[in-house]
Ligand binder design. Structure first.
Ligand code: PAF
Length: 283
C-alpha cells in the first residue's frame, strides 16, 4: 500500500492504474468498522482502492469541534492496509487549501438549509461539497463510496455530482452498527461509558419509530412524539427528529411511502446523528 500526500503524486500513481477500475472512499480518518465496510464494498468491485484521510477544516463551523476531532493516522494506515486499500491519500491542509484558495462549491436550497445545515450553518455543506469535489477531481474514480449514516451529505453530494457532471458513480452503503444498535461514528470514541449507554437511545428511538410505522402508525407527528419519548428515557433532547422524503429532504406529514427518519442529538459534549428508513404497514 502506498501513502501519498500531494495531488500531483496521487495523479501520477493513478495514471498507471487507469486501465482498471478505481474505487474511492473519502474519510476524515479515525477509521472504524463503518469505513472498513465501505473499503470492502470498494474492494469487491474495483481494481484499485483509494482511501483519503483529511480532516477538512472548512466543514467544521466550530473550532473546538475541529480540534477535538480524533486524529489517528498511524492506526488508520494500518487498518487501511489490512482492509486492502491500495493508495492512501493523506494531504496536509495546505495541499488542499493553498494560500490564495478562493473557490467554494455551494449547493443551494432545502438540501443544505434544513437539518444539519440549519443546526451547523450552511458553511458546513459548502465545506463538504467543496472538499468532495476537489477529492473526486483529484482521484477521478469510477465509483465513490459513502455511508448512509450521513444521509443529508449523500443527497448533497449526489446533487453536486449531477449538477457539475462529475463522471463518478456514487455508491451508498448501509449504516454500520455495533451489535447493540449504536451507529458507528468516529465521534463515538469521545463518549464515556455512561454516555455511550445514553447514546443508544438514538437508535432505540429510530427503531421504535420504524416498528410503530410497520404496525400501522402513519401520522408523522405521532411517530416523532414516540421517538422523543424514547430519547427522554435517557434525558436526550433531539436537535432535530424529523420524517422527510429521502431524496428531497422535504418534511413529510404522512407515511404514504417509504420515508427517512433523521435524528441529531448531543450526548454530553458529543454531537451524534443517525437515521433509518421507515415504510408504511404492508397489508
Ligand atoms: O463523511 C465524511 O467523513 C466527510 O464529510 C467527507 C465526505 C470525507 C468530506 O470531508
Amino acid at each position: 500500500m502506498m501513502i501519498v500526500r500531494t495531488v500531483a503524486e496521487l495523479r501520477e500513481v493513478l495514471r498507471q492504474r487507469r486501465n482498471g477500475s478505481i474505487g474511492f472512499v473519502p474519510t476524515m480518518g479515525a477509521l472504524h468498522e463503518g469505513h472498513l465496510s465501505l473499503v470492502r464494498a470498494a474492494r469487491e468491485t474495483s481494481d484499485t482502492v483509494v482511501l483519503s484521510i483529511f480532516v477538512n477544516p472548512t466543514q467544521f463551523g466550530d473550532v473546538t469541534d475541529l480540534e477535538a476531532y480524533p486524529r489517528t493516522e498511524d492506526a488508520d494506515v494500518a487498518l487501511a492496509s489490512e482492509a486492502g486499500v491500495d493508495v492512501v491519500f493523506a494531504p496536509a491542509a495546505a495541499e488542499m487549501y493553498p494560500s490564495g484558495f478562493a473557490t467554494t462549491v455551494a449547493v443551494h436550497g432545502v438540501l443544505v438549509d434544513s437539518l444539519e445545515g440549519a443546526v451547523r450553518g450552511r458553511d458546513h455543506f459548502d465545506g463538504v461539497a467543496t472538499v468532495v469535489a476537489k477529492l473526486l477531481l483529484a482521484v477521478l474514480p469510477d465509483t465513490a463510496y459513502f455511508g448512509a449514516k450521513d444521509a443529508q451529505q449523500v443527497v448533497v453530494v449526489r446533487r453536486m455530482v449531477a449538477d457539475l457532471n462529475i463522471p463518478v458513480r456514487i455508491a451508498v452503503c448501509e449504516t454500520s452498527r455495533d451489535a447493540d444498535g449504536l451507529a458507528r461514528s468516529s465521534r463515538n470514541a469521545r463518549l464515556s461509558g455512561h454516555e455511550r449507554r445514553r447514546a443508544l437511545s438514538l437508535s432505540r428511538a429510530l427503531f421504535a419509530m420504524r416498528d410503530a410505522a410497520a404496525s400501522g402508525e402513519s401520522d408523522s407527528a405521532v411517530l416523532v412524539a414516540h421517538g422523543i419519548d424514547v430519547l427522554a428515557h435517557e434525558s436526550v433532547v433531539p436537535e432535530y427528529l424529523e420524517i422527510v422524503d429521502a431524496d428531497s429532504l422535504e418534511a413529510a406529514p404522512t407515511l404514504d411511502r417509504p420515508l427517512l427518519v433523521v435524528l441529531a442529538a448531543r450526548v454530553g459534549a458529543t454531537r451524534l446523528i443517525d437515521n433509518v428508513l421507515i415504510a408504511p404497514k404492508t397489508t
